[in-house]
Design a protein around this ligand. Structure first.
Ligand SMILES: [Zn+2]
Length: 249
């Protein structure tokens, strides 16, 4: 059919905390035609938004699933612990890049295992068995990753690669994301075109586009994202993360 390679669209931070933004993102994506999405769901955002306690959110989540989207496990509370930085560099990185959301970044095996099992309890209550796990801010300690593998997950993704545990394959693929703080806007606009050029030049097998609830608060980055997705759809096959993992098997 003339299309080479795959692309994924992931929606981060699915939680009742961002219901209206998430609906807006999904609504706009629908206007691009059928795109199976990976819905990165936080079972208990900030330990204040347990998805089990929000029926409206749950029925929305199930409706996405019925349409072919995949529910992906995305942290437990999405909150990084305080005072666990192993170096000043780590502190700076967390402060300015992850912005306090690197929940799995410095966890020990036991801590990670605990958060994974708390999450699984919630997902099981919802009737969803997540095959994949993507850490908040794509950051995860080695110990946390070991706990993930022991927990039976099939794949994960980092900023620069997709990792399939089933086949032991790392697929190099840098995520395209749209930081949308207002002070970054002008910079972003200029960057956007170079993104497109870079992507066209890439012959990689997977391109990953990540959307966050904050993207729709400032219109332009999101419009850029939609344009990019429309363009990718002409050139590549849209898949969920799990679909992509299956292509590797
Ligand atoms: Zn997140």
């Amino acid at each position: 059919m003339g299309r080479k390679g795959y692309f994924t669209v992931s929606i981060h931070d699915a939680s009742p905390a961002f219901s209206s933004e998430l609906r807006e993102i999904v609504g706009e994506l629908d206007s691009c035609g059928t795109i199976p999405k990976s819905i990165l769901t936080v079972p208990n955002y900030r330990e204040q938004y347990d998805i089990l306690k929000d029926q409206k959110f749950l029925s929305w989540l199930h409706s996405l699933r019925e349409r072919g989207d995949e529910i992906v496990h995305h942290g437990y509370s999405h909150l990084a612990g305080e005072g666990k930085h192993t170096s000043f560099y780590n502190y700076l990185y967390d402060r300015f890049f992850a912005k306090g959301s690197g929940e799995f970044q410095y966890l020990s095996y036991r801590e990670a295992e605990n958060r994974i099992s708390l999450s699984k309890e919630i997902f099981h209550g919802v009737g969803i068995d997540c095959q994949g796990f993507v850490a908040p801010a794509w950051l995860m300690s080695r110990e946390a990753e070991r706990a993930l593998v022991a927990g039976g997950y099939r794949y994960t993704a980092f900023v620069e690669l997709f990792r399939d545990y089933g086949t032991g394959t790392d697929v190099k693929s840098e995520v395209v994301r749209f930081a949308s703080r207002p002070q970054l806007r002008d910079y972003l606009y200029r960057l956007y075109d170079s993104y497109l050029i870079k992507i066209k030049e890439k012959r990689g097998e997977l391109i990953r586009v990540a959307l966050h609830p904050s993207d729709v608060r400032f219109g332009k980055p999101f419009q850029f994202a939609l344009r990019l997705i429309g363009q990718l759809k002409k050139e590549r096959i849209p898949v969920t993360y799990l679909d992509f993992a299956r292509t590797l098997a």
